[in-house]
Design a protein around this ligand. Structure first.
Ligand code: S3P
Length: 170
């Protein structure tokens, strides 16, 4: 729908573990464009893992890095872009995204706990996954919906099916 006016072809948002990276790579392959991931950009620039940045510097510091990483990626990248699950918490990021083809990959809480509950690399879920998931999604659901042009539910779907649904939705 509409011609491509620069910026990413597709921007994937949604909670951690929903498959933004896996689906993003499939989409990039299918479209013959590059894939970029702001979490990976931050890890590369900082030379340490996201969990270590959270522990060493605190979440606000990470969010500041993330705001800059998202801005740079949206300006520089014309392929498929995946953002960290909390990127939409930042108001200026949400404003920036309104000009781009943003797709929200969603999943329900049970699917989320299944996929991410034991993943220690995800510092926001380390203690009580189900409760923390509910709280996270209660705080964020409306932010994902606010910036998305399309929502694709991933529950019970394999990545190839999700990728096809993303292309169909845009
Ligand atoms: C976060 C999601 C993570 C990463 C960080 C914080 C969040 O990204 O940015 O652990 O606040 O939801 P993924 O969605 O790529 O796991």
């Amino acid at each position: 729908s509409g011609s491509h006016r620069g910026g990413p072809r597709i921007v994937l948002i949604g909670p951690m573990g929903v498959g933004k990276t896996t689906v993003g790579k499939l989409l990039a392959d299918r479209l013959g464009v590059a894939f970029r991931d702001t979490d990976a950009d931050i890890v590369a620039a900082q030379g340490r893992e996201i969990a270590d940045i959270f522990v060493d510097e605190g979440e606000p510091y990470f969010r500041d890095l993330e705001r800059r990483a998202v801005r740079a990626a949206v300006e520089e990248h014309d392929g498929v872009l995946a953002l960290g699950g909390g990127a939409v918490l930042d108001e200026s990021t949400r404003a920036l995204l309104s000009a781009h083809p943003v797709v929200y990959l969603s999943m329900d809480v049970e699917e989320a706990v299944k996929r991410t509950g034991l993943n220690q690399a995800r510092p926001l879920l380390a203690v009580n996954p189900r409760k923390q998931w509910r709280e996270l999604m209660d705080a964020r659901r409306h932010l994902y919906a606010e910036v998305a042009r399309a929502v694709v539910a991933t529950d019970g779907r394999i990545p190839e099916e999700v990728a096809k649904a993303v292309l169909d939705a845009l």
